[in-house]
Write a protein that binds this ligand. Structure first.
Ligand code: DP6
Length: 321
């Protein structure tokens, strides 16, 4: 009863920010993402009859803060398999954890895939989508590769790939501006926005228009239309964050400098756009032929610690232990 899995983080081009149901961790709106092949999480799950509870070692250290959502996911997996024992979970990221690089998305996608395999459940069972979502609202997207659509319906999440990586090759350069963890988690931040931002209701009301338009851009492989829409949606989400009380200001001056650098490149005709999540890192999505220029430009922005670049990745999968 032991299995390992790997999963990649993802970055949303059309974001979600806010829950419809906090207890169930159900997002208030859908989202559209790309899976980042250059970053990786590997997780091993081993059921052990001697354990009195589930345990988690994350990047070599015990992670008691994660225990609530880990247990919630594991309980759902146990119920699905009809198994009662606890498991030791070991997980590692090859990138900074909790710093706005979607480590919880890849973490919970790898967890449910490994745990399913250890429990004898098909790792592609669609019921794992909602179980991954209990762990993190963005985790179902990391179960799939390429360009992924998540929608919310009938109290649950539906998630599917729109295009495989080879069907529309895109590349992503991540400008890491700090390796430290963020001050306010996405989960706490988005609930505070729901409660206090005067822009929150407009964000929710307008969201389906962005998502529908983005799905059309993907279908048409219209990079520049998708670029304009993704930046608009990202800045709209950050407007909600900035008008939250107390304000959620996830950007640093380096974040803004990277965004301006990317905007200047696109004004020169380079096929690239930026997106930023609940952290100071900037993800630049581009056509593969522009990647070297984009990486060079971000690298030259003062304060950028490093740039991680690669093509779109595959979905979560079982790996040899
Ligand atoms: C800004 O899904 O990471 O990245 O459910 O608490 O784990 P939890 O939140 P999470 O929030 C993601 C917020 C975002 C936008 C997005 O990825 O769509």
């Amino acid at each position: 009863m032991r299995a390992s899995a790997i999963a990649h983080p993802n970055v949303a081009l059309i974001k979600y920010w806010g829950k419809a149901d906090v207890a169930a961790n159900l997002p208030a709106v859908g989202s559209l993402s790309v899976t980042l092949g250059a970053l990786c999480t590997e997780t091993t799950v081993e059921f052990d009859a001697g354990l009195k509870r589930d345990t988690l070692v994350l990047d070599g250290r015990e992670a008691p803060g994660e225990h609530g959502r880990l247990t919630a996911c594991m309980e759902a997996l146990r119920a699905l398999a009809g198994h009662t024992g606890y498991a030791a979970v070991t997980s590692g990221n090859d990138f900074p954890t909790g710093a706005g690089l979607a480590s919880s998305a890849s973490g919970y996608a790898a967890l449910v895939t490994a745990a399913a395999a250890a429990l004898g459940i098909d790792p592609h069972d669609p019921r794992l989508i909602d179980i991954a979502r209990i762990g993190s609202g963005s985790a179902p997207r990391s179960l799939f590769g390429g360009i992924v659509l998540l929608t919310v319906a009938a109290g649950g999440t539906v998630c599917r790939p729109l295009l495989a990586p080879a069907e529309w090759p895109l590349a992503v350069a991540v400008a890491v501006t700090t390796e430290g963890p963020k001050a306010v988690t996405s989960r706490d931040g988005m609930e505070q926005s729901r409660l206090t931002s005067p822009f929150y209701s407009a964000w929710i009301a307008d969201h389906a228009n962005d998502l529908d338009a983005a799905v059309r851009c993907v279908g048409d492989r219209d990079f520049f239309a998708l670029a304009a829409l993704a930046e608009y949606n990202c800045l709209k989400m950050h407007s909600v964050m900035l008008t939250t009380r107390p304000a959620l200001m996830y950007w640093s001056p380096v974040t803004l400098a990277c965004m301006q650098r990317v905007a200047a490149l696109r004004a020169d005709g380079v096929p690239v756009f930026f997106t930023v999540d609940a952290g100071p890192q900037v993800k630049a999505v581009c056509l593969p032929e522009a990647l070297a220029e984009v990486v060079g430009a971000l690298h030259d922005v003062p304060g950028v610690v490093r740039v991680i670049a690669g093509e779109l990745g595959a979905g979560a999968r079982v790996a040899p232990c």
